[in-house]
Write a protein that binds this ligand. Structure first.
Ligand SMILES: NC(=O)c1ccc[n+]([C@@H]2O[C@H](COP(=O)([O-])OP(=O)(O)OC[C@H]3O[C@@H](n4cnc5c(N)ncnc54)[C@H](OP(=O)(O)O)[C@@H]3O)[C@@H](O)[C@H]2O)c1
Length: 270
C-alpha cells in the first residue's frame, strides 16, 4: 500500500507542500501520496487522531497549528522545544512525534548560498516565532555578535533570556541599531506581507554584507528593495529555506535526503 503523508493547516489551499513533496518523491523514486488537509483550530485534536487511525505516516504542520500541536504529541524533539513550535510529525505507536525543521532548513539555505556566520556580526530583524527556530543554528555557528531587534522591545529581551544557556543574544530596538555595522542582516518580520519594511537606521550593512529574508514571493519585495539600496553582495529570499525545511521533513519520514535544486527551480518558475 502507498504510504500517505499530508500537510495540515487552516487555510491550506495556498500550501506549496504537496507540489514540493510530490517532486521529492519523483526525484528519489519513492512511492508515496501527499495530501493537503484543512483543519480548523478546534478540530486539531480530533484530526490528529483521525489521520493516525487512517494510517498516515507523517504530517507537515503549518499555521495556525504550529504551537498548539506540540501539546498533542507523544514526544517533541529538543529543537522543536527550543523553537516552541512543531512543523513535522512522524507517526509512532500511539500518536505523533513532533519535530521542527525550520532552523535546519534556514541553515542549509545559508550554506547553499555561501553565507558565512562564524566570526561575523549578525542582525535578526524581528522576534516572532520563526526567530526562535533559527536562533539555535545561528548561535551554534559562533557569530562574533548576534543582535535581535524588534518593534516590540520585550520580545528580544525574552529571547535573550530564553537562549542564554545556548549563546549570547543581544536585544535591541530598531532605533538603537544606529551606528552599528552587520555582515549579515536577516529579515524575520512579517512586515512584507502588508508591503511594509521595518524602520531601520541607514548604513547598517558592512561592505560585502549579505541580506536574507525569511519571506518569499510578493512579501519579499520591500526587504529586497531595501537590501539592494544597501548594496548587499547577496540578497536572498526564504524560498530556499522553505524547500530545505521540507527536505528535512522528507528525510525524517523516508530516511533519504531529496535533492532540492529542481524543486526550487520549479517553484521559481511557477
Ligand atoms: N521561508 C520559510 O520557510 C519561513 C518559515 C517560517 C516563517 N517564515 C516567514 O517569516 C516571517 C515571520 O514569521 P513568524 O512566524 O516569526 O511571525 P510572527 O511570530 O507573527 O512574528 C512577526 C514579526 O514581525 C514583526 N512585524 C510585523 N509587522 C511589522 C511591521 N509592519 N514593522 C515591523 N515589524 C513588524 C513583529 O513585530 P512585533 O513583535 O513588534 O509585532 C514580529 O517580530 C513571516 O513572513 C513568515 O512567512 C518563512
Amino acid at each position: 500500500m502507498t504510504d500517505r503523508y499530508a500537510v495540515i493547516g487552516h487555510p491550506i489551499a495556498h500550501s506549496k507542500s504537496p507540489l514540493i513533496h510530490a517532486q521529492f518523491a519523483r526525484e528519489t523514486g519513492q512511492d508515496l501520496a501527499y495530501d493537503a488537509v484543512d483543519v480548523e483550530p478546534e478540530m486539531l485534536p480530533f484530526a490528529l487522531r483521525q489521520l493516525h487511525d487512517e494510517g498516515y505516516r507523517g504530517l507537515n504542520v503549518t499555521l495556525p497549528h504550529k504551537t498548539e500541536v506540540a501539546q498533542l504529541c507523544v514526544g517533541v524533539s529538543e529543537r522543536a522545544q527550543q523553537a516552541g513550535a512543531v512543523n513535522t510529525l512522524l507517526r509512532v505507536d500511539g500518536g505523533w512525534q513532533g519535530d521542527n525543521t525550520d532552523g535546519d532548513g534556514f541553515w542549509r539555505d545559508l550554506t547553499r548560498l555561501g553565507i558565512g556566520v562564524a566570526g561575523r556580526r549578525v542582525l535578526i530583524v524581528g522576534a516572532g516565532g520563526a526567530v526562535r527556530g533559527i536562533l539555535g543554528p545561528l548561535l551554534a555557528a559562533r557569530p562574533a555578535l548576534l543582535v535581535v531587534s524588534n518593534r516590540n522591545p520585550w520580545k528580544p529581551e525574552a529571547l535573550a533570556e530564553q537562549f542564554k544557556e545556548v549563546g549570547s543574544v543581544v536585544p535591541r530596538t530598531h532605533l538603537a541599531l544606529k551606528g552599528d555595522r552587520y555582515d549579515l542582516i536577516v529579515n524575520a518580520t512579517s512586515a512584507g506581507l502588508s508591503g511594509a519594511m521595518p524602520r531601520l537606521p541607514g548604513q547598517l550593512l558592512a561592505d560585502g554584507g549579505a541580506c536574507y529574508d525569511l519571506s518569499y514571493g510578493a512579501a519579499f519585495a520591500p526587504f529586497r528593495d531595501w537590501a539592494t539600496a544597501q548594496k548587499a553582495a547577496i540578497v536572498a529570499d526564504g524560498l530556499g529555506m522553505l524547500v530545505e525545511q521540507a527536505a528535512s521533513a522528507f528525510e525524517i519520514w523516508r530516511g533519504v535526503r531529496p535533492p532540492t535544486a529542481g524543486v526550487l527551480q520549479a517553484l521559481r518558475a511557477a
